[in-house]
Write a protein of this length. Structure first.
Length: 348
């Protein structure tokens, strides 16, 4: 019996020789690499590029030895995604209507792509941790609504249309309030866990994986957010990273002999971000082709699967493609904005 770390190492070693898909305990080989060394070299270079940009991010600005950043913000900094990827994630219905791509293909794209991007980032973070350049851990950020009940302000009345966009019309008197986005406190971690378990039980599931596979994850998060808002004033929550690193830049440089630079000039940073973006586009396309015509998934049997995914890559990932879906840059989910708008005059 292999322990957890040994099993992870074996799975990573397999990736050098062949690609596979995992279904429970069953592994299906989807592609054998003709040149394992060349494949591994491409993997190493891709991860190294992520490491360079992460280190550049860490040493830029104030060197306080600690960075807290949401997963999406780090993906944006690295240029693994466009801002449209984040902005349209909670607006998949609008994306579907504007692009004419069925929502089930959009859900499939976000699920598989997000897992790939997350895996790449965390491989780079673990490599930096292995060289004692950083320590990192998963964290949770919350959007907390603060209210000053002693102060009333006049603001435009807002409502949310069928597309999830905010429309302003007229004026109303409300309690002065503002959003505070920060890491969850110890107590708030507990609130989130309690709310998730309560909603899981309500939906008839024992794990979040089961909810995700059932296609009810958005419904699950909406219900959890509603519960957190009603009971603890938390509007929504999202995954983040806490990264700790040496404040001694010269000490860091000593350990970076195999990395070209730990502090990049703006033009170097942009060049590497674009290079990483194009590498990511190529990796996503290869992943999509591997999944195409999967006998266990009817969605991936049709030629439209490739066409729709190419369009989504252009809209949401590829920096070189000036193809955009117009949308309001408002990252609050539609149900959350409605909830806040409806309650704004009830909390005076």
């Amino acid at each position: 019996m292999k322990d957890g770390n040994s099993k992870k190492s074996q799975l990573l070693e397999w990736k050098d020789y062949f690609d596979y898909e995992k279904d429970g305990r069953k592994f299906t080989i989807t592609k054998i690499h003709k040149d394992p060394k060349a494949h591994k070299k491409r993997e190493v270079l891709h991860i190294k590029l992520i490491e360079e940009l992460i280190l550049d991010f860490l040493v830029s600005g104030k060197h306080e030895g600690e960075k807290f950043i949401s997963r999406m913000d780090l993906m944006l900094f690295l240029h693994l995604i466009k801002d449209e990827y984040r902005g349209l994630k909670p607006k998949r219905g609008k994306l579907s209507e504007a692009s004419k791509i069925p929502k089930e293909y959009i859900n499939d794209f976000y699920q598989s792509t997000h897992n790939l991007l997350k895996r790449n980032i965390e491989t780079a973070l673990n490599d930096l941790k292995n060289r004692s350049l950083i320590f990192w851990q998963d964290a949770i950020a919350v959007c907390y609504l603060k209210r000053n009940k002693d102060k009333l302000i006049n603001k435009k009345r807002r409502y949310t249309d069928q597309y999830g966009d905010t429309i302003e019309d007229g004026w109303e008197t409300v309690v002065d309030s503002w959003f505070d986005i920060r890491e969850a406190t110890k107590e708030e971690y507990g609130y989130i866990s309690d709310a998730e378990r309560k909603v899981m039980k309500e939906l008839g599931f024992k794990t979040k994986t089961g909810i995700f596979l059932s296609g009810q994850y958005v419904k699950f998060r909406c219900k959890v957010n509603d519960l957190l808002y009603q009971e603890h004033n938390i509007v929504y929550y999202f995954p983040a990273y806490r990264i700790l690193f040496s404040q001694d830049i010269e000490d860091m440089e000593e350990y970076l002999e195999d990395i070209e630079s730990y502090f990049l000039m703006p033009e170097e940073e942009e060049e590497k971000q674009l290079q990483l973006n194009q590498n990511t586009v190529e990796r996503i396309k290869k992943s999509i082709k591997r999944k195409f015509q999967n006998k266990n998934d009817p969605l991936r049997q049709d030629e439209k699967y490739l066409i729709f995914n190419d369009q989504l890559i252009n809209y949401l990932i590829d920096d070189k493609k000036n193809t955009y879906i117009r949308y309001e840059v408002n990252h609050l989910p539609k149900h959350t904005r409605k909830k806040l708008d409806n309650n704004s005059t009830n909390n005076k």
